[in-house]
Design a protein around this ligand. Structure first.
Ligand SMILES: Nc1ncnc2c1ncn2[C@@H]1O[C@H](COP(=O)(O)OP(=O)(O)O)[C@@H](O)[C@H]1O
Ligand SMILES: [Mg+2]
Length: 343
């Protein structure tokens, strides 16, 4: 994900350097060197080496690096900066600290989360290190943040990013998937309508393991470009759908991934006081199979599943969408298929 230690540095691209200067982090004319980070599809993101130490600088791309043409307004970085700030204030350390945001250049400067003591959770899971305690800590932090921001007077107008959320999430995930699965189109359309019209807190919108850096004080969320006043069930379902896709990819880890999903959900739901926890869990249980299917047939497919694995996701998700589970426990009971194994 991040640049290996010792990798050669190059001059920062001009637009990023200009942002660093505008934020008062470097002098005009002072060269700034760094290393491009990989792993995301939505941004130019670099480690910038300043005299006081490295920072992370990020600028949103207008056209995302995926096969399909996916254009999204770059004003999303303002919401990302606002979410990271609000989250860090509500629960210090739960989100990456913002150093500054320059709206003119669109450059966001963030504290550097050193890869020597922050591992990307996706890399950990991919390597078979499924630590349920990390999932539980993430659920606890996400629940804390949702509870802290479940205040429409303070947050609804500040995070009125419904159009961006539609462009980044509802259309590319569900509308594109519905057109590939006519038999599921009505169900997916109804899920979109419900998700778009449910607003009770500020959601992160991209709680994927690759956006969780596990540090010495616990999991830290990054990449809040999809933050919006919205349905918290979306964040819960987004994270669980990734864990369940990993179970199809690595069937030998299924039991531990299900345990991680349970721990995540339980510690999250303990914070839900703004509505009935069962109601939220019920919405999440429908969103999980829809999101899993969207990561196969939507605009941003995961890169690690082969053709038989993708077919298996289609089969599992279709069954659950046509015969909806009654809550997250039933969903997690029904997701594994004992006949599914890989050579
Ligand atoms: N503050 C940071 N310090 C160190 N690495 C980071 C930091 N923020 C992000 N990264 C790394 O860069 C990757 C891409 O960043 P991210 O904000 O998720 O961009 P994108 O929007 O392109 O997905 C992350 O998955 C993470 O591994
Ligand atoms: Mg990311």
């Amino acid at each position: 994900m991040t640049a290996p230690a010792g990798q050669a540095t190059t001059a920062l691209p001009t637009v990023l350097r200009n942002g660093v200067v505008a934020l008062g982090l470097a002098d005009v004319g002072q060269p700034v060197r760094g290393v491009a980070l990989t792993g995301g599809v939505a941004s130019d993101i670099w480690r910038a080496d300043l005299p006081g130490g490295p920072i992370c600088v990020k600028r949103a791309l207008g056209r995302l690096r995926v096969d399909s043409e996916w254009i999204v307004p770059t004003n999303r970085t303002a919401f990302e900066a606002a979410w990271l700030r609000a989250a860090d204030a509500a629960r210090p350390g739960a989100a990456c600290r913002v150093i500054g945001f320059d709206p003119d250049s669109g450059v966001l400067a963030l504290a550097w989360l050193d890869p020597t003591d922050h591992s990307n959770w996706r890399s950990e899971l991919s390597a078979g290190h499924v630590d349920a305690a990390v999932a539980a800590a993430l659920g606890d932090r996400l629940g804390h943040l949702h509870a802290a921001m479940a205040d429409p007077d303070r947050f609804a107008a500040a995070f009125a990013a419904g159009e961006l959320f539609r462009a980044l999430r509802l259309d590319p995930y569900f509308a594109v998937t519905a057109s590939a699965h006519p038999v599921l189109a009505a169900t997916l359309d109804a899920l979109v309508d419900r998700t778009a019209s449910t607003g009770s807190t500020v959601i992160h919108g991209d709680v994927s393991p690759k956006n969780v850096l596990v540090g010495p004080d616990g999991p830290v969320l990054v990449d809040a470009e999809c933050a919006s006043w919205g349905d918290p069930a979306f964040d819960v379902a987004f994270c669980i759908s990734h864990l369940l896709l990993k179970a199809i990819w690595h069937p030998g880890d299924t039991r531990r991934l299900l345990e991680a999903s349970h721990r995540f959900a339980t510690s999250y739901l303990a914070h839900v006081a703004w509505e009935q926890p069962d109601a939220l869990a019920g919405r999440a249980a429908m969103l999980v199979p829809a999101l899993a299917l969207a990561r196969v047939d939507g605009a941003s497919p995961v890169d690690y599943l082969d053709a038989p694995e993708r077919d298996h996701v289609r089969q599992r998700a279709t069954e659950l969408l046509l015969g909806p589970p009654d809550g997250l426990n039933e969903l997690l009971d029904r997701w594994p298929d004992d006949t599914w194994s890989k050579p």
